[in-house]
Write a protein that binds this ligand. Sequence first.
Ligand code: PLP
Length: 466
Amino acid sequence: MRYISTRGAAPILSFEDVTLAGLASDGGLYVPESWPTLSKAEIAGLAGLSYVETAVAVMRPFVAGSLDDAALRQLCTAAYGRFDHAAVTPLVQLDHRHWLLELFHGPTLAFKDVALQLLGLMFERFLSTRDTHLTVVGATSGDTGSAAIDALAGRAKVDIFMLHPQGRVSDVQRRQMTTVLAPNVHNIAIEGSFDDAQAMVKAMFAHQAFAGRFALSAVNSINWARLMAQIVYYFYAAVRLGAPDRPIAFSVPTGNFGDVFAGYVASRMGLPIAKLIVATNVNDILHRALSAGDYSVGTVTPTAAPSMDIQVSSNFERLLFDLHGRDGAEVSATMASFEATRRMEIAPAMREEAAKLFSSTRVDPDSMSLAMRWAFDKAGQIVDPHTAIGLAAARVADLPADVPVVTLATAHPTKFRDAVERAIGQRPPQPSRIAGLFEREERYQVLPATLEAVETYIAQHAREIS
Ligand SMILES: *Cc1c(COP(=O)(O)O)cnc(C)c1O
């Protein structure tokens, strides 16, 4: 498979190169040159396969030319062997039509592990034959950071610098990052918002002298390999509920439009998805864009679901690319205008096209709490605030009665135990994975939200490539 940039002006790359590069050199995002498809018979054939075998079948076309089946299977076996549930991503029934897909059984208790455990192993494999190293730079609203750090800590040939907004991640999230003391891990608390941190990461990649000097690489969901790994669980869940003979809807708590874009890809590949429900919190740029064509940046309101406290959703550009007929020059012009004015109008024809698959709902804090209580009272399930937002949107979705609705459970409730306690009056049980987290030593650097401060710090602590 070959990969092209959404802005049409970056070199065409192989899967291996696209994985190591992250962002495209023209500022765009890499996507496959065309969407591969699985036939109805092939999808039916996934029923009953293990998670690892499903992963091999779904990802095979995307890695073709870089990894053969045996290599892919070996990486998936190692990555998903670290999950503490035999089903890797188990489905849990809530009532006659609502299901949860639990994506939080990995090492850092959020769905980010599904992709990042695999990505860490792919980095190691692809770098092992090259005489170079990478400096991974990322911004996190909480969960990406810990998942990336767990996946990369102690690995040869990689340094990782992770920026988080100071005071805006939960205490469990922060400690999962800052208590990893491996010498190749560098945590930075930015005196600003997640969007400030993400903007600085983008600026560092655009600063070519700097990016080249340290061989910068990305593990945010702008990295294609992350989205690819997330396509798998849409297939895995859907075939368990009757696909390909029965369409399934998914409700996805959304921030950077990564997870839900993976659902879009599953649909393009032939999975019968009746609806992809984009669930946002009050930071609702995606809801405004899909429902009214208004993609304009407001200010971020901190909420109990911090991983969705995002205004600029990087991966939305990948959908725009398809909506613009895969015309990179057009997307490039559209994004340049957006970057200058901080607003973009989605034309009615494109909105109608998107509405064939996507719907969207904005969930306020009261509806979130109600959904948390509903899951607890009706089904005995404790869900985290992000999952509760997905569930609230799922419950108001306008769908035929016979379509099962799967809400992606994106984080373990213990990561947001204070918010959970406020909503249902009790704390979730603490998984053994995080036992001792509060006794461990923390290490991180606080920096002002300026590019200069962050670049200076990285230059002092990263390895230059020779
Ligand atoms: C990252 C994250 C999200 C949002 O996912 P995107 O891919 O950015 O849309 C939702 N919930 C949790 C718990 C997350 O960590």
